[in-house]
Design a protein around this ligand. Structure first.
Ligand SMILES: [Zn+2]
Ligand SMILES: [Zn+2]
Length: 338
């Protein structure tokens, strides 16, 4: 009897103390951005809230993902920048699930545009006293992981992250692009999330012209295990200087049927070395099929009206092994953190 009880207690203890995984979900927003991070502690951080549509498509997709992850609230919302494809669904989402803290780069630099001013004002009112403006070098307090802001409001960290700091040999070849027509992209909050040996880099829609702040002449970021391609995989971002510096083992592209996923971004990713796979939220319909990733690594194929919004998910074990799963077909593949 005693033995049985002890065994039961031991089993219960093992179940409650078993180390938990970090989980990251990419919500398909037809070319918008929304990434849900659930720390092993159970706390959650949502990065961006995608598009506003008449039927609240993206808010519903984000809410369904939060429910799938077992969340009752979003502890932290990071809005990388104030473009409609990154916070359009926020007002609708906030009616579906409570949001704890609102973090962002500070006032939109496009505030002189009337539609931007109205949306930004609604954001400020919703966030109220729960708002925090992030600066490079700040830590985002998501329990169970280490989250450092590497760029915000176009100011980057000045010292390399631990283990980084080597010169980037291809900076001499860097050529700037013409100035971006939507300057809030370059205000994007970018962060590195570390969980044990694993690291994940998300730079929002930071463009080509600001990427050298992080990787030239010295690589301040270092090599990364998982990279959410900047700007939905548009070639206005994702310079060879950035990609060669971070050499991500896995890239996840939050592209849409007709947004991002540009051929030159695939080509650069495949050329820089170290990149094992590129997973896509969507088949990029304007890019040749053979340049897109193999079908099993693409979550959605259809044009927007027929699209079901299948998720991509990454599960990271405490020892650094991480598994990407396409929830359309359950195809998955595991990788080892560097
Ligand atoms: Zn943008
Ligand atoms: Zn965007």
């Amino acid at each position: 009897m005693k033995k049985v009880l002890l065994l039961l207690l031991a089993t219960a203890f093992a179940a409650s103390s078993a180390p938990k995984n970090l989980e990251i979900y990419w919500i398909d927003a037809e070319g918008g951005a929304s990434t849900l991070i659930v720390a092993p502690s159970g706390e959650s951080m949502l990065v961006d809230t995608a598009n506003r549509t008449a039927d609240d498509r993206d808010a519903k997709r984000i809410f369904a993902t939060a429910q799938k992850a077992g969340l009752k609230k979003i502890d932290i919302l990071v809005t990388t920048h104030f473009h409609g494809d990154h916070y359009g669904a926020l007002q609708a989402l906030a009616k579906m699930i409570p949001i704890g803290m609102f973090m962002d780069h500070g006032e939109s630099v496009e505030i002189a545009r009337p539609n931007v001013a109205a949306a930004y004002k609604a954001y400020v009112e919703l966030a109220g006293t729960h708002r925090r403006i992030l600066k490079a070098g700040d830590k985002i307090p998501l329990k169970g992981v280490d989250l450092e802001v590497v760029i915000s409001a176009n100011n980057a960290i000045s010292k390399p992250l631990p283990g980084a700091g080597t010169p980037n040999p291809i900076c001499a070849d860097y050529k700037p692009h013409p100035a971006d027509v939507d300057p809030d992209n370059d205000q994007s909050v970018g962060f590195v999330l570390k969980f044990g040996k694993f690291d994940f880099l998300d730079l929002g829609d930071l463009t080509w012209n600001s990427e050298p702040k992080l990787v030239c002449p010295v690589n301040l970021i270092g090599k990364i295990d998982l990279f959410q391609t900047s700007h939905h995989g548009l070639d206005r971002s994702n310079s060879p200087q950035l990609l060669a510096a971070i050499q991500p083992t896995v890239a996840i592209m939050n592209d849409g049927p007709h947004k991002g996923g540009q051929a030159s971004v695939f080509e650069t990713l495949r050329k820089v070395g170290g990149v094992r796979d590129i997973w896509q939220g969507h088949l990029a319909l304007d890019t040749p099929k053979e340049i897109n990733s193999p079908e099993e690594m693409i979550a959605n194929f259809e044009a927007t009206p027929e699209c079901k919004g299948n998720l991509l998910k990454v599960s990271v074990e405490p020892d650094g092994k991480f598994t990407v799963t396409n929830l359309r077909n359950s195809f998955s593949k595991s990788y080892v953190a560097k």
